[in-house]
Write a protein that binds this ligand. Sequence first.
Ligand code: FES
Ligand code: MG
Length: 574
Amino acid sequence: MPLEKLRSQRWLARDDFRSFNHRSRIMQMGYDPQDWEGKPVIAICNNWNDYNPCHQHFKQRVDEVKRGVLQAGGFPLELPTVSLGEAIIKPSALLYRNLLAMEVEEMIRAYPVDGVVLMGGCDKTTPAMLLGATSAGIPAIFLPAGPMLRGMSRGQALGSGSDAFKYWDERRAGTISEPQWQAIVGGIARSAGTCMTMGTASTMTSIAEAIGMTLPGAASIPAVDANHQRMAAQVGRRIVAMVHEDLRPARIQTREAFLNGIAVAMALGCSTNAIIHVIAQARRAGADISLADFDRASREVPVLANIRPNGSSPYLMEDFHYAGGLPALMQQLKPFLRLDQLTVNGRTLGENIEGAECFDTEVIRPLANPVYGEGALAVLRGNLAPDGCVIKPSAMSAKFLQHSGPALVFDDYPSLKKMLDDPEAEVTEDHVIVLRNAGPKGGPGMPEWGMIPLPVKLLKQGVRDMLRISDARMSGTSYGACVLHVAPEAFVGGNLALVRTGDVIAVDIPARRIHLDVGDAELERRRAAWTAPAPRYQRGYGWMFTQHILQANEGCDMDFLRTEFGESAGEPDI
Ligand code: FES
Ligand code: MG
């Protein structure tokens, strides 16, 4: 693109009063005109704060990005954004995903920026930043934070989330000592970087790579590896070239690219959260992706990445990276990919993975020896979830693939928790635990309560899995027979709101079916007696969120942020 056509030139290049203000204020920051004149302005959306342990290295890493931008003849400026430390934020980082997306979009729109580097990775930050950049529409490249080093405690590797859940249950069952527990607390997260299991963070950064929004191989580089620093500098160099080439997200994020992302997600044994984020992102990009695309891919694409929490894998993201990372996995997956799709480096996906080698076929399996024959997720439908719900067959006990049992229903988390901790609770492993009012509006923000801990009474009997159903989400690092994302949610009067303790619920995963064994007439009687709960928020962002949030099967975007909602104001030429 000719330099005089750059967007930033409208702010900075003219000889008028407004440009005088812009230029003098940039000089106020210590820059000379030769710092920016005739150069693309590159915004670096650095998603860092002191409460986000996964992004601690971004404070330094941004210097590498700037080095790359300067080398390539750009002018880098940091635009920090709200940072969502998944493990610490309450009630749920998903509540704030759209806030971050709006912030990224509007900061890009408001400032003289020609291209943007998105630094993120902790769970919701990847989709949030990509949602914002997609709607803003200028050239954008994603810089994944990279996984943290594998956890270690008393000579044993520990996986984020997965082992926390596992050992928490053991602690409740009384099988581990306090010193053992303390060693786990101190050993499970021991460097900067995102969760190193195949949770939402690794799932979403890998999907970003498969869609073509990161440099090839970037998603799995450990956060504290020198290769991550070099990748950051490459990102800085590349975004400047992308501005010159006018390579915008719209040219990369096609429906076919999202289908690549979904196929890769399945082969990774992805987090269930991927469904919500990919649907939202695709729709912002104008690509019609729905639950049906996930279910189709899940029936075709086997799980090839042998990473916790899938199956009984001992491996983590570090192992995956050393085995060749995503390019090696996509080599195996070629029959399921559209290789002609363009990526941020200006080459096609096929060109990027050409010659990629796998260095450990136990970690990245060939198609002939998958970890799990079918895909990672199953989308179930039936009268309990007319708009769908989700389960992860690759991370649950096979005996619950077909199960029916009496419901044990809870309207809120505190009453559920009371039962879970009661050694005398009237619960058997045949029961189906139901938690409701934990969806997009009810949670609010679909907290990760869907991996309901097992009742302590059953844990002590040796039970380690049972069927659980909710309109909540669960962490991608979770294990268990948990039906999630029930849509419509109970809070808006979905049939989940009508279930009573003792009703029989049947789940048949091979048939993709979920059924509440209560007749239609009785359901209608119950519906007439149902009253909507009071809204969770009376004011502020929470109010806006609950007024406008869409259901899980529609990606939990705000209705007014959808691309088809209308045009953003044009940029005034003043
Ligand atoms: Fe940040 Fe898991 S808490 S990625
Ligand atoms: Mg998570």
